[in-house]
Structures are given as C-alpha cells and as structure tokens.
Design a protein around this ligand. Structure first.
Ligand SMILES: [Cu+2]
Length: 120
C-alpha cells in the first residue's frame, strides 16, 4: 500500500512537470506586444515554447471599434511552434486575441496589443 501511494505520487509529479513544459506559452511575436508596425500588408507571427496544433488554434483581430475579424492561420510544418498569418491593416490600435492548442491538449489564450502607424 505504502509503495503504491509512492508510485502514484511520483506519477502525478511527473505528469505535472510534463504539463508545465508542454503548455503553449507565447515567447515572441511580430509585431511585439505594444509595438508598432507600418500600415499595409502586415505579416503576423506568434512564437510559442512548444509545438502548436495550427489547425485547431485561433487568431482573432480586434480593432479599436471592437470589431472582430478571424485571421486565417498559415500552417507550416517547418515552423511547428508558430502561428502565422498576414492581413491588410490601416493605422490604429489593434489586439490579436490568440488561442493556442498545444499538443498536450491544453489551450492557452492571450491578447497581443499593437499599433499600426501610417505608412511612410
Ligand atoms: Cu499543457
């Protein structure tokens, strides 16, 4: 009984540590959080610390007037840690509301605010 409990505890501890490492955490992005990009056709890249299920993750562009536009994610097998998209943007304040499904089945969410400045 004592041994079984110890094994069960060790298994739980191992699963917990695996979960932490497998969660999708945003590590870098283009544009940067609170950064600026010039108006026009803008490439969007969100980089995570682990592989992402690109087909079942979501990117939503929220404009200053609160209007929401789903962004198509460009699936790329050679960039498994990224969610990539591109869209035409006018000057203003925007938020990318992202929802990332990691391969461990956990979904993480976040907001990436940025500004679009007039094209030079
Ligand atoms: Cu997880």
């Amino acid at each position: 009984m004592q041994l079984n409990r110890r094994v069960a505890f060790a298994t739980l501890a191992l699963l917990a540590s695996l979960n932490v490492s497998a969660h999708a955490i945003l590590t870098d992005s283009t544009p940067k959080a609170n950064g600026s990009v010039a108006a026009g056709h803008v490439a969007l890249t969100l980089k995570y610390n682990s592989k992402i299920d690109q087909g079942r993750s979501r990117l939503l562009l929220v404009a200053a007037d609160k209007s929401e536009t789903p962004l198509a994610i460009t699936a790329s097998a050679d960039k498994p840690n990224e969610l990539d998209s591109a869209t035409d943007l006018k000057p203003g304040a925007y938020v990318i509301r992202w929802q990332a499904l990691a391969l461990d089945g956990h979904i993480t969410r976040g907001d990436l605010p940025f500004n679009v400045t007039p094209a030079p």
